[in-house]
Design a protein around this ligand. Structure first.
Ligand SMILES: Nc1nc2c(c(=O)[nH]1)N[C@H]1C(S)=C(S)[C@@H](COP(=O)(O)O)O[C@H]1N2
Ligand SMILES: [Mo]
Length: 528
């Protein structure tokens, strides 16, 4: 009966704490999957607050201020760790006692979870799964710590304390320290992974729920109705408006930041007279502007897909900056995302009257999380890496010679105005077409200047004017099309755009670094 008691108390305590950690990690993971805030630690913490006398609560708030909740949860965790350690010590003698203790402890957690207002049966799941995972871990670790074969002196029954002598002599040891420690390390990893993953899943659900529940205000300045004929509606031609689900995504985020609009704020500071911090509610109360703007990525190769056009709704950046009071000498806005990414935007561009927005909506919906929910910047005419900060939380008014944005030391230009480009969508590169009449079509962009002409030539012949679709303004791309009587054989099709200032895009091929690719999009097709 004494067999397991050869495991020292510290080892039992370690097994108990690791088992407790695995229980909490599993509970957090399940809570993340099934939803709700059914984490037993939080529930126990809340129950402690509910059950404790008002005087104690006031003391805690007075003593710890806004950190009272953190202190409370920390206290709950310390108590949990002590109890788990005690159960582990108990489990050395008889695993069943430790397991029974875990069940009893789980019952307390369950009571705390189920007595929360609005709790349902599904809220029991994290605690139940957590207790089962903890029980399994505890018996597994105690099993690992127990020597599988104990050499006994002779074959006589009733050995005393099983003890193995170290080869070099010294203290006898009677339990498998190495197997316990490696098992405990595995348990710690599992506990941490479960907690992090569960937390990530949980905050994703919470932010998704907040996003779906949002009611968007009407724009104070609506976008003018789209003129007729912005979209030729040709099969295979990029639509004028990009659906949110089809919009390209470029960012450095391995895990998309989950930003709760209830806690989001934007700080405007730096070279200003009156630093400002606004909440999401404040932002929605401002007069909002709606505008059709085409975003483009500096990493878009000639003919590439990293451009998209949407109807954005947002507060004008210039208004907020004017309220903050710009100081002289400032020439850059350094914006920071919730995940630390930074963008450097020329101040004069944002202040020159164009629709530079803190956008909250995209094509009539709250911003998708991938596209910067709850708030992102959109500045017509600048590549995304110098203007379009998603999940933006901070705006510092500064100078290009003082501050540097994320991509600048990584080989990209500090300033990135969009270069005029045109793309052939139809026919597809390498396509085989029947000879005869066909349509060559695509999109062209020169944001904030506008596209005035698109020309096409086949096999190096004369440039021909394409017909242009309507546009609501200079900030979007523009569809173009040209009918072509294709003769049998191989053909090369080239395109070039001219902006509203009369500048035709250059034929010179340049790579995307440091400030955007140039050259003419060219496709070859075969006609039979
Ligand atoms: N927070 C954050 N914002 C960001 C980026 C980023 O990496 N992180 N990338 C920028 C770049 S390079 C581009 S092109 C646009 C792309 O916006 P989209 O993903 O909504 O299309 O976002 C910009 N905003
Ligand atoms: Mo980009």
């Amino acid at each position: 009966m004494q067999r397991n008691s050869v495991i020292p108390a510290w080892a039992g305590a370690l097994a108990g704490i690791v088992a407790g950690g695995v229980a909490l990690g599993a509970a957090q993971l399940v809570a993340g999957v099934v939803g709700g805030d059914a984490s037993p630690v939080v529930a126990v913490g809340d129950a402690v607050v509910d059950l404790s006398p008002a005087a104690l609560k006031e003391f805690a708030v007075a003593a710890f201020g806004v950190y009272d909740r953190v202190v409370l949860l920390g206290g709950v965790l310390v108590v949990l760790a002590l109890v788990a350690a005690g159960l582990g010590v108990l489990a050395r003698g008889a695993v069943g006692r430790g397991l029974a203790g875990l069940v009893a402890f789980g019952a307390v957690g369950l009571a705390a979870v189920l007595t929360r207002p609005g709790a349902g049966a599904v809220d029991a799941l994290p605690t139940v799964v957590g207790v089962v995972a903890g029980m399994w871990t505890l018996s597994w670790l105690i099993g690992r710590a127990t020597p599988s074969a104990v050499p006994s002196a002779g074959s006589s029954a009733a050995p005393e304390l099983p003890a193995v002598m170290r080869p070099g002599g010294g203290e006898p040891y009677a339990f498998d320290r190495r197997r316990l420690l490696t098992g405990a390390a595995g348990g710690v990893v599992a506990a941490g992974a479960g907690t992090l993953l569960g937390h990530g899943l949980g905050s994703r659900r919470a932010v998704d729920a907040a996003r779906v529940a949002l009611a968007l205000p009407a724009p104070a300045t609506p976008a003018p109705p789209l003129p007729p004929g912005t979209d030729f509606k040709l099969n295979g031609l990029t639509p004028f408006i990009t659906k949110n689900a089809d919009f390209y995504r470029v960012d450095t985020a391995l895990i998309v930041p989950q930003v709760d609009p209830a806690t989001w704020t934007l700080r405007v500071h730096g070279l200003v007279d009156r630093p400002i911090e606004i909440t999401y509610e404040d932002l929605l109360r401002r007069p909002l502007t709606e505008a059709d703007i085409t975003l483009t990525c500096v990493s878009n190769e000639v003919g590439g897909p990293y451009a998209g056009n949407a109807r954005w709704l947002g507060a004008r950046m210039a208004d907020l900056l004017r309220e903050a009071g710009l100081r002289s000498g400032a020439d850059m806005l350094l914006s920071t995302s919730a995940d630390g990414f930074t963008c450097g935007t020329p101040l004069d561009v944002v202040m020159d009257g164009r629709d530079a927005l803190f956008a909250v909506a995209m094509n009539g919906e709250p911003l998708p999380v991938d596209h910067g929910f709850p708030v992102r910047q959109v500045v017509p005419g600048l590549y995304g890496y110098v203007s379009a900060t998603k999940w933006v939380v901070d705006l510092k008014v500064t100078r290009f010679d003082t501050d540097e944005a994320y991509w600048t030391p990584r080989g990209w230009a500090a300033k990135g105005p969009i270069k005029t480009q045109s793309r052939i969508d139809l026919p597809k590169p390498g396509a085989t077409l029947p000879a005869g009449r066909t349509t060559i079509a695509g999109v062209a962009w020169a944001q904030h200047t506008g596209v005035d002409a698109v020309e096409v030539r086949v096999d190096g012949g004369a440039w021909q004017q394409a017909r242009l679709a309507a546009v609501p303004g200079p900030d979007t791309w523009r569809q173009w099309a040209l009918d072509w009587d294709a003769t049998p054989g191989d053909h090369t099709i080239e395109v070039r755009a001219t902006d509203a200032a009369g500048r035709t895009q250059t034929a010179e091929r340049r790579p995307i670094t440091p400030d955007g690719a140039t050259g003419r999009h060219t496709v070859t097709v075969h006609t039979a």
